[in-house]
Design a protein around this ligand. Structure first.
Ligand code: UD1
Ligand code: CA
Length: 457
């Protein structure tokens, strides 16, 4: 089988600088969803027809298993398919998918490919068919032709069965039917419609089968941002339901967004308005509070990510506690039982087992040993304006509040750093190190008094 994916159009109605097929749905370009479905069928070849911003689309989708055909002028879907089929073995089965129809139920594709007819078209029955090609059936169940909205009269516009754009037939048949459509288009001086293959097949007396989609609201094209937002919700609802069925507890499936891959163990609980992106893996019993965003994160068993925390490219060990209001940037690693509290930022830094940084701290380019306690307001000064430097804090260290650790610097095991220290040299293990200006009290000092202001009268 040969899959042809149409992706040459501009998508004017999106009013965007981004080509339509690259608009994101569930965090991935529309066309990535289509290509995933295509690959799932294990086809002999996948051809992507590109045109508008061809290079950009090609780069965004590039893979060894794809063949690209350029449609320099977008003369219509019929023209696009005929370009893709040039030189094709006539007996090959061809499946046409549209780059702007991202959500295709697998069952629908299976039903189309099962069809006996020479041409199988995937249709959908929907409450509001505005904008889509309408299916004319004669007799019912047998497609006679497809009429585009712009060519439809009032009665035809009332038909609620629409063309999804997905169809399959032998390459030779398609080429012949398309050729008939080309002269038709020339006549009309308009677009060369792929949909005209239906009438062409019927003109040859061949049966055309109609498969109705098992998920009609999903298999709709995305032409503008209203439809894109609708499809996003469909997609998210489906993903949330599949997570629930697999044992993930979502406080509200309507307030959960998954923009990538998620793996989870048993008894994980996700509160409302959580966004998961990239690749997220959760162990058993993980709890994520409301308003968190995790991108490319691994979380160990029974860890808690508390409300409004942002985590990216980091790893959280078992039994850790993060947040509320924590920001863990790339390279943050929390080993078992470590805790990071509110307004703590970490980047390229490791907190050892059971170490704590509970309040208002920045740990960048740092390692913190087991059970160390990082006091509120501690800052690793990792950047000198030109280069980044490392801070190494040993096991069982206690760093007093509001300390600045000027890297590169090492704090030995069991050391204590007094509050307010600006540490510029290494602190030896087991000792108290501090920098502090002496405290003084001035007995001769009086608090200034407010001078009385002259009044108007
Ligand atoms: C098309 C169908 C319509 C169907 C609807 C379903 C035709 C004539 N009409 O209409 O019956 O109900 O999809 O979503 O096919 N493209 C190219 N080259 C071109 C023109 C388009 O590659 O010259 C690509 C576009 O990038 C897009 C797809 O084909 O991915 C569909 O084109 P679009 O212009 O969106 O067609 P619709 O008006 O939605
Ligand atoms: Ca479309």
């Amino acid at each position: 089988m040969h899959v042809v994916v149409l992706a040459a159009g501009k998508g004017t109605r999106m009013r965007s600088r981004l080509p339509k097929v690259l608009q994101p749905l569930g965090g991935e370009p529309l066309i990535a969803h289509v290509l995933r479905r295509a690959r799932g069928l294990d086809p002999r070849a996948v051809t992507v027809v590109v045109g508008h911003e061809a290079e950009r689309v090609r780069q965004a989708t590039n893979a060894d298993d794809l063949r690209f055909v350029e449609q320099v002028e977008q003369k219509g879907t019929g023209h696009a398919v005929s370009l893709a089929l040039a030189g094709e073995d006539p007996s090959d089965l061809v499946l046409v998918l549209y780059g702007d129809v991202p959500l295709i139920p697998e069952a629908d594709l299976a039903a189309c490919l099962d069809g006996e007819a020479r041409l199988v078209v995937l249709g959908a029955e929907i409450p509001d068919p505005t904008g889509y090609g309408r299916l004319i059936e004669q007799p019912p169940g047998h497609l006679e032709r497809i009429v585009e909205e712009r060519d439809a009269d009032v009665a035809t516009r009332r038909i609620r069965r629409i063309n999804t754009g997905i169809l399959c037939a032998a390459a030779g048949d398609l080429q012949r039917w398309l050729a008939a459509g080309e002269s038709e288009a020339a006549h009309r001086q308009g677009e060369w419609y792929l949909t005209d293959v239906v009438a062409a097949a019927r003109a040859e007396g061949l049966p055309v089968a109609l498969v109705l989609s098992s998920w009609p609201e999903a298999v709709l094209g995305v032409n503008d941002r209203v439809q894109l937002a609708q499809q996003e919700r469909q997609y998210q609802r489906a993903r949330a339901e599949s997570c629930l069925r697999d044992g993930l507890m979502l406080a509200d499936p309507a307030r959960f967004d998954l923009r990538g891959d998620l793996a989870f163990g048993q008894d994980c609980l996700i509160d409302v308005n959580v966004i998961l992106e990239g690749s997220v893996r959760l162990g058993d019993g993980v709890r994520i509070g409301p308003g968190c965003r995790l991108r490319d994160v691994t979380v160990g068993d029974d860890a808690v990510i508390d409300a409004y925390s942002l985590l990216e490219s980091c790893e959280i060990g078992p039994n850790c506690h993060v947040g509320p209001f924590a920001r863990l940037r790339p390279g943050a690693l929390l080993q078992a039982g470590a805790r990071v509290g509110n307004f703590v930022e970490m980047k390229n830094a490791t907190l050892g087992p059971d170490a704590k940084a509970n309040h208002l701290t920045y740990l960048g380019d740092a390692t913190v040993g087991a059970r160390a306690n990082i006091g509120a307001g501690t800052i690793t000064c990792n950047y000198d304006g030109a280069n980044k430097h490392q801070t190494r804090i040993g096991a069982d260290v206690f760093i007093g509040s509001n300390s600045a650790l000027v890297a590169p610097v090492v704090v030995g095991d069991h050391a204590t750093i007094g509050a307010g220290t600006v540490l510029t040299r290494d602190a030896p293990p087991g000792k108290l190190t501090l920098t502090r200006s002496p405290q003084e009290t001035r007995t001769d000092w009086e608090r200034p008094r407010k001078t009385s202001r002259p009044t108007m009268d």
